[in-house]
Design a protein. Sequence first.
Length: 241
Amino acid sequence: MKHTLLVFSFLSFTLNAALAQLEISPNPWVGTFEDVDLSDYYSEPIAHGLMINNFANQVNVRWELVILSAPEEWDFRVCDKNACYGSNVLTNWDPANQIEEPAILASGEEGLLDLHILPRQVSGACEVEIRLSLTSDPDNILATGTYQVTVPTGVEEEISVKNLRIFPNPSADYFALTSSLGVQKIVLYNVVGRIVRTFEVAEGKKYNIADLPDGMYLAGLVGKGGDVMRTMRISKRNLRP
């Protein structure tokens, strides 16, 4: 009987020890943000998460943001139950740098643990960890949440086409594009819709129209799939006196 009680006590202790920890949910967080407006520098999709206290007592939680991989342009912000922190803040508990904002959780309490992604007009994917510990023992990591976030590739090409310009315009002899990203060729039409010139596009290339009559033309920007992505006006004019 005594042996049985000892075994039962050991199992109970082991079970309690297994539960006596911090938890992050969902974990991992895996998702794709299809509708991010990358033309907006301040777009900020959010991966929503929670930290959960499975201890039998109240705890003061420290989190640390660790960026494993991400486009160089991307920034990140963490929001917990206390505040949303700036993109330069990697932890809520760093007394050496006067950061002392522990997330205080009662036993069984859930607290906010959101990751804000700021892609800064650049598509790509990232893998980021948020590591939890107690402020009393910050080096002992009790839970690690993984956030795998994708902002679809190719979106920046659409933005480039929206923002690009033809220059100089008017032009006497040549024109160029501010960016060639996503554009395969330029088809030049006269005012009655007849094709007068076709150019293969390359970055930094100049497109010669010196021999064309003065007047207004339409430049159709054709993408890699053969679709006209945008049509722009260009004025051919002899600017010399």
